[in-house]
Design a protein around this ligand. Sequence first.
Ligand code: FAD
Length: 469
Amino acid sequence: STLSSTPLRICVVGSGPAGFYTAEKLLKAHGSVDVDIIDRLPTPFGLVRSGVAPDHPETKIVINQFSRVAQNERCSFIGNVSVGSSITLPELREMYNGVVLAYGAESDRSLGIPGEELADIYAAREFVWWYNGHPDCRNLAPDLKSSDTAVILGQGNVALDVARILLRPTAELARTDIASHALAALEESTIRKVYLVGRRGPVQAACTAKELREILGIKDLVIHIKQADLVTTPADEIEMKNNRIRRRVYELLSKAVTAGHASVPGQRELHFVFFHKPDRFLESDDRSGRLGSVRLEKTTLKGDESMKQVAVGTGVYKDISCGLALKSIGYKSVAIDGLPFDNYKGIVPNLGGRVLANASLGDMQYETGLYVCGWLKRGPTGIIATNLYCAEETIACVSEDINKGVLSSKSVKPGRKGMLELLDSRNTRVVPFDAWEKIDLEEKRLGNLKNKPREKLATREELLKIAGK
Ligand code: FAD
């Protein structure tokens, strides 16, 4: 080809929604751009595979759209390649005209309270990865048999997902693509009571109505909400007036209050605990290093500006005995390879998706050819579709730089070929999209035998074996 039609080579790091939307938009906007999507796992699709709950199959349909992107002749998926260990970011930037980082948020915020290191306490992220068959949490083995109570800290949609998986009849879960090790553990689970703890009140609960309605509707589940917690203040009323979702959530919670339940043995219970914050985790009486209970401090809301009410402690405490605690207080991104990183916000500092060379305030120097998208760019909030708008914004920057000639170089970049040679020299067993398709077929075949849409292979060894690597 002539020099003017030399393809630009762009590498997208991470194959979740942000990565795939980015690739899709790039391919559409530029006829002569090649896009490689790499992922540290042998499997694509990020949290669509390992985050979205197994009983939400409709949400995963977007995988079909992403697969068509991967099948585009100017695009390739290259799995089992971790940036920061298989290949460094400087190496990638050397080999491609541009790099879009979309590697998500794979760590957790911590509470920073005493006892957090005890056994039986997990980040919701780990528990979700465990039931969704993510290889990193295949061996998590949460103990669901030593107690009848689990405490979940947080009341957002992830907290509701986790509570639902713990409480839903396992016969219903058995028909989903839940990992078989998790289904087996849940079938033997003795957990009957789940507490969902929020610092603030029912007006501020961070979940959305659809997810709330779903958990409230679980068959034979008894819902506990204190009537007194539903009393609203003028500030609450303003908050609900300004935010339709908050009102819907509040209304659903109000309707779920029912008076006086007779306790039936074995019955499953969901307790909403409002106006309490975790103070410490206490060890069980046998001093085994295991969790015995969670101590909560009662809170009250301060500040009457709507949406700005904050929870402050009152010095009144109560303990909930439990054998499992799940912290659902937010995901956090991790920094790689000297990448500019805002430790406070847990994101890569950027302006509309262009990576800023320095996180410090007021410095508007860009890293040439380096972009960011998705949870790594905005922080860990928003649904799958949010990443589509996020990708549009990032791609607008990439396009502008392409059109200005910022990304072109005198020599042709080695791109995919160069990267594959380097990885080969390091004995990295890469998984291209057709190898993933073998995994996909095998998982569907195994699922079919059990009346499940898919039986996930949950170890790297199994995945690589089926991929033929
Ligand atoms: P991710 O989806 O996390 O993708 C990041 C990718 O980067 C992963 O594939 C990872 O393997 C890869 N990666 C990480 N580090 C590296 C590295 N060093 N090198 C190479 N690759 C790397 N949204 C909905 O719309 N509906 C839902 O029902 C829903 N449920 C959710 C449930 C949970 C538990 C969670 C956490 C989120 C849920 N979401 C849901 C939100 C949605 O999943 C996110 O908005 C979306 O996945 C974020 O996309 P992302 O591409 O930024 O990150």
